[in-house]
Structure formats: structure tokens, C-alpha cells
Design a protein around this ligand. Structure first.
Ligand code: FES
Ligand code: MG
Length: 585
């Protein structure tokens, strides 16, 4: 029986589907595949009805995503309504707050596991439910490598916390409350009570941290229904939109519009502009590079610098600003921001709906509160892009977010003060005898993807107590690790190659002069090549490099690429599409 006969056996008119390879025909295999999947579905479930998997990162241990089961049900209704068959598919979920040593260690594992399951199953289209930091990046990486029709539902931020009449931003305000306890203005009991006031509802972090940034990026890449990113998790409109996404997923399959047709190089241009305009997390740089790698799109670290240059910062959100995601939504949401920078967006890049992002952004999107979304004419910063630095200390690049840095430190020369591990840092940073001056450049190394597997968010190392007592509030810091999307300061991060991958960072000694020149995009160690060639990394550093002997960590350390290309595993870069060559029985 040839393929055409297989289809005509059930419905002569139905458009061929990927899932037909499992369900169509009347042979024993098709019988087995259908019989086990009947579960009460309509009798025509396997006759030309797109099978839509809802990749669901709901988990009680990812509290930011725990509500996605409800979101999945809304998507399922939309899928049914449009004639598809919805399939809830729980996938690897990564919760930022709990897993150790860092959720980033498993972003690639989650992406790999999802990719394999998307391909191995009779799936025609995907709805990707994410929220907490690594979940949307891993879902997009996986979907890109399978290249099926796909659409993202960002799970949305939690509501503003409020406590004793004040707004609480999650994470960011813990430090302030802790200081109040020390100052005696807040009792220890009230401090504990504030926990449920801070994390008041379902949803992910409500600052412009990594989760919010990745929702913005997903929308700017064209992967959401325009206007959905930033819809608060408990908001009815999230469920309404999710229902619509279910319908859209079926339509995408019928039109054959896959993720590679939606996300192009131009989409990355738009993501970079959006990221700058909202003042998004530096972590988005690594995730975007990894997604581009899966799609075979030649994105360079320098693109962030070039495209982000001159993009105004329009969103006044914590950690750097005042407000929270619920306020951004109330003020008009992401489309009101994109509306104002529509001229900076690439007009050709489409969204999952088929219209371009610029078309969606160009409709009427008023700003309802100009203290949250500032007008283009009076931006919070004129230039919100990310600067990419190079030099002998970062031949493959390092990044700094000038908008989050101290202006006077953007051009700086100072003596290095080196810490060989997070433990070394913790042991010495508050030592009264620490040889530090306000000019010192604090170096923390061994924290890159390979050295401290996963590249933890430790780059914004705390200032030495001695300096805080002098009134110093910022110092230049250089690290091969990442920084939390909720942090800021003059922090040079993602130094590549990292110390554990033969980077010059491993050769820095206390007292060496480090030159930071952001206007000229330079990060230089003022030590001659001859002298560097004669140096070797100290044992105090090398002993901390990860040396796993088995399991995921071993695979990760042996194959992880550097931050400048997205810290994906070398063998996961690219795409093998949706084809499966052989039968299972
Ligand atoms: Fe999940 Fe912040 S902990 S988004
Ligand atoms: Mg985070």
C-alpha cells in the first residue's frame, strides 16, 4: 500500500499530516497506534485532524509554572474547537529558585529531551508552555531543532506583591526587608509573614528579570500571538489568549508554517531591539545565541552591540527601575513599547499569526501610564543596548550592560584583585586585611559554562565590606559567569573563553592592570604576550574546575560551548528536522 492509499483509506480529502505515518492505514501498526490513543477521543480523531502536543513545564517544583496545567486546558479547548486533537505533554521543567547548582546546567538537557520526544511522537504541531527563566529558552531550542509548527504561551508574571502598604518586587526586595530586620524596624515574625505577600500569586518573577525578558524575546521573535507576553499569570486574558493559541496551532499545521519559517535573522533583530527597549536581562543574550544556533542562523555577539545601539530604554521596571510586570501590562504592555520603536524593528519579520511584528505593533497601542512606559522623546536612557567587549582578556567577547553600570567606571584602569572560586570569594571578601582599593578590579573566575558547570549567576560579586564602609557603591567586576537578570552594577560578564577553557582570565594575577574602555569596546590585561605565555593557571584555580566522572555533568563539561555562542552542547547545534526513519514494531 502506498502513502496515498493509506490516506484515502480513511478520508480521501484529508491533507497529509506527519502523524499519518503512525495512524493512517489499516495495517497492524496503525491499529496499535490508534487503539492505544483512543481514550474516548472522537472516532475521526486520526483522520486528518492535526495532533497538537502541548509541551507543558508545569511542576510543583517549578512554582513559577505550576499554573500551566490550567493554561494547557484552555489551549486544549482551542485545539478541539479548530478541529485538532490536543495532547498534554509534560516535559522537563526547570525551577530557578530550587535546583542546584544552577538551572542553566540543565537548559540543554531539557532542550535535548524535549527535542527527542517531539520527534519520536506522532505530533503535527506544538504549543510551548513556559515561564520560569530556562523554560522558554529550552522549549524554543528543542522546537527549532525539530522544526514543526510551534507557538509559545508565556505563562506570565505573578501579581505585584504588597506588604505593609508597600509594593514588593520578588527577589529584589528581600534584601531591603532583611536590612529592616537588622535595623529593628521589622520583626523576624513579620519578615517571615512577608514571604506570601512577596510571592502573592501564581506566575514567574515580576521584575524585568530573565523570565520576563524571555517572554518579551519570544514575542519579538514572532513566536507568540502579539500582545500575549507579559499577561499576568492569574489574568483571565491569559486563558482567553491560550484558547486562541490552541486554534492557531491547528491553523499553523494546516498552513505548514514551521518555526523556521517564522524565526529568521530579521526576527533576531527585533528581539534585540525589544530586549534593549525593555531593559531586559543579559541572560537573554546567551539564550538567543543558542536558539540561533539551533536554527542555523548566523547571529554574532557583535549583533547585540550593533543592533542595540541607539535603542532607547522605555520601560521603568525593577531591578534597575521602579515598577513591576503587572504595571507594564496595565500601562499598555509590550505592544505599547514596540509601537514606539516600530521604526527600529525589521518590517519583514513575521509572527506566528502570519502578519509581521511591525504590522501588529503599528496598530493603536496607547500608553496609559507614562511613568511606567516613558515616551520615545524622553527615554529613561538614550542607549540601552548591550556592549560587547574584546581584547586579550576576552578574545571571543565579554558583555556589559552600560545602562546598569556606573558612568564613571565605563572607562577605568585598575589593579586586579583575583578570586579563584565562589568559595574563595566568600572566605575573603569581607576580610579587613583584603588588599583592595576603590580602583581595584574584582575578578572572579572559574565560573564559566565548563568550569562551574552551568555558568552560575555569580558575576555581580558583592563589594568588599571595607569598600562599603568607605561609601563605595560600585566597582568594576570581571567574571566568566552570568549575572541574575535582577542584578546590576559595572559588571563585565560572560568572558570568553572562560578560565577553564584556556582563557587569559586564568592567568591574571593580583596587581595586574586591567583596562576597561567601554566606549572603545576594550577589555585588556596590561601584561605582555611574552609574560602571559610564561604563566600557567594557579593550582588554587584549577582545583575548582569541574571534573565530573559520569552522568549529564560529564557530557555537559565535555561538550559545552562558550558563552559567546550560547553555551549549547556542540553536538546539539543545528536541526535534524521532524523525520523519523524507522518503525517501532
Ligand atoms: Fe522563576 Fe524567577 S524564580 S522566574
Ligand atoms: Mg533569574
Amino acid at each position: 500500500m502506498n502513502d496515498v492509499d493509506k490516506h484515502s483509506r480513511q478520508d480521501p480529502d484529508h491533507q497529509p499530516l506527519r502523524s499519518d505515518a503512525w495512524y493512517a492505514g489499516d495495517d497492524r501498526n496503525a491499529y496499535l497506534h490508534r487503539a492505544w490513543m483512543r481514550r474516548g477521543v472522537p472516532s475521526n480523531a486520526f483522520e486528518g485532524r492535526p495532533q497538537i502536543a502541548i509541551a507543558n513545564t508545569a511542576s510543583d517544583l517549578t512554582p513559577c509554572n505550576a499554573h500551566l496545567n490550567e493554561v494547557s486546558r484552555a489551549v486544549q479547548q482551542g485545539v478541539y474547537e479548530a478541529g485538532g486533537i490536543p495532547l498534554d505533554l509534560p516535559v522537563v521543567s526547570l525551577g530557578e529558585t530550587l535546583v542546584r547548582p544552577t538551572a542553566m546546567l540543565w537548559r540543554n538537557m531539557a532542550a535535548m529531551a524535549m527535542e527527542e520526544m517531539f520527534r519520536a511522537n506522532p505530533i503535527d504541531g506544538l504549543v510551548l508552555l513556559g515561564g520560569c527563566d530556562k523554560t522558554i529558552p529550552s522549549l524554543l531550542m528543542a522546537a527549532a531543532s525539530v522544526d514543526l509548527p510551534a507557538v509559545v504561551v508565556p505563562g506570565g508574571p505573578m501579581l505585584n506583591g504588597t506588604f505593609r502598604g508597600q509594593t514588593l518586587g520578588c527577589g529584589t526586595d528581600v534584601w531591603r526587608l532583611g536590612e529592616e530586620v537588622r535595623a529593628g524596624t521589622l520583626s523576624a515574625e513579620q519578615f517571615v509573614r512577608s514571604e506570601s505577600s512577596m510571592i502573592r500569586s501564581r506566575g514567574h518573577c515580576n521584575t524585568m528579570g530573565t523570565a520576563s525578558s524571555m517572554a518579551v524575546v519570544a514575542e519579538a521573535l514572532g513566536m507568540t500571538i502579539p500582545g500575549m507576553a507579559g499577561t499576568p499569570a492569574p489574568d483571565s486574558r491569559l486563558l482567553e489568549g491560550s484558547h486562541e493559541v490552541g486554534r492557531l496551532a491547528v491553523e499553523l499545521v494546516r498552513e505548514g508554517r514551521t518555526i523556521k519559517q517564522v524565526i529568521t535573522r530579521e526576527s533576531f533583530h527585533n528581539a534585540i531591539v525589544a530586549l534593549a527597549a525593555v531593559g531586559g536581562s543579559t541572560n537573554a543574550v546567551v539564550h538567543l545565541m543558542a536558539i540561533a544556533g539551533r536554527l542555523g542562523i548566523d547571529l554574532d555577539l557583535g549583533d547585540f552591540d550593533r543592533i542595540g545601539a541607539g535603542v532607547p530604554l522605555l520601560v521603568n521596571l525593577q531591578p534597575a527601575g521602579e515598577f513591576l510586570m503587572e504595571d507594564l501590562y496595565r500601562a499598555g504592555g509590550l505592544l505599547a513599547v514596540l509601537h514606539q520603536v516600530a521604526d527600529l524593528l525589521d518590517p519583514g519579520a513575521i509572527t506566528v499569526t502570519g502578519e509581521t511584528l511591525v504590522e501588529a505593533a503599528s496598530r493603536e497601542h496607547p500608553v496609559w501610564d507614562t511613568t511606567v512606559i516613558t515616551p520615545r522623546e524622553t527615554p529613561l536612557q538614550a542607549d540601552a543596548g548591550i556592549a560587547v567587549l574584546r581584547g586579550n582578556l576576552a578574545p571571543h567577547g565579554a558583555i556589559v550592560k552600560p545602562a546598569a553600570a556606573s558612568k564613571e567606571l565605563l572607562t577605568h584602569r585598575g589593579p586586579a584583585l583575583v578570586f579563584d572560586s565562589v568559595e574563595d570569594l566568600k572566605a575573603r571578601i569581607d576580610d579587613p586585611d583584603l588588599p583592595v582599593t576603590p580602583d581595584s578590579v574584582l575578578v572572579l573566575r572559574g565560573c564559566g559554562p565548563r568550569g562551574y558547570p552551568g555558568m552560575p549567576e555569580v558575576a555581580n560579586l558583592p563589594l568588599p565590606k571595607k569598600m562599603l564602609q568607605l561609601g563605595v557603591r560600585d566597582m568594576v567586576r570581571v567574571c566568566d559567569g552570568r549575572m541574575s537578570g535582577t542584578a546590576y552594577g559595572t559588571v563585565v560578564l560572560h568572558v570568553a573563553p572562560e578560565a577553564a577553557a584556556g582563557g587569559t582570565l586564568a592567568l591574571v594575577q593580583d596587581g595586574d592592570t586591567i583596562v576597561l574602555d567601554v566606549p572603545n569596546r576594550l577589555l585588556q590585561l596590561d601584561v605582555s604576550d611574552e609574560e602571559l605565555a610564561a604563566r600557567t593557571p594557579p593550582a588554587s584555580l584549577v582545583q575548582h574546575f569541574a571534573a565530573p566522572t559520569r552522568g549529564w555533568e560529564k557530557l555537559y563539561v565535555e561538550h559545552v560551548r562558550q558563552a559567546d555562542t550560547g553555551a549549547d552542547l556542540d553536538f546539539l547545534v543545528g536541526s535534524t528536522g521532524p523525520e523519523v526513519a524507522r518503525e517501532s514494531h
